[in-house]
Design a protein around this ligand. Structure first.
Ligand code: FES
Length: 116
């Protein structure tokens, strides 16, 4: 059986005019929409380590988000984990982070949609 992917509206292009990243609820998830060098990207906004809320994390080099809880770093263009949590934190929490889900972005009539 194949998985059904639906295109969902997330926000308007103008919602990203004041900030290059922003979190939005979409269906049962939270996603970050980022605008990097004029292009839009979407990844899950909840850290896979222990659910840190990434939209309030630190943005570095215009495409890297650092989790505000334990500092794992992710590429906002791809969702790839770039730096896992430190060993002491991994030991204490019995887990590390992994990649974020990423979503294909579509722009239509000044609205941002993602496949989710
Ligand atoms: S919750 Fe994000 S690194 Fe731990």
């Amino acid at each position: 059986m194949s998985e059904v992917i639906l295109m969902e509206k997330v926000c308007n292009v103008s919602d990203l005019s004041q900030s290059p990243i922003k979190g939005f609820p979409v269906k049962d998830k939270y996603v970050i929409i980022s605008k990097i060098k004029g292009k839009f990207y979407a990844v899950n906004a909840v850290c896979p380590h222990m659910s840190g809320f990434l939209p309030v994390g630190k943005l570095e080099e215009d495409h890297i988000i650092s989790c505000p809880t334990h500092g794992a770093k992710f590429d906002l263009k791809t969702g790839k984990l770039l730096k896992d949590v430190d060993e002491e934190i991994k030991e204490a929490t019995k887990s590390g982070a992994n990649d974020l889900e990423s979503y294909k972005v579509h722009i239509k009539d000044e609205s941002i949609f993602i496949d989710i």
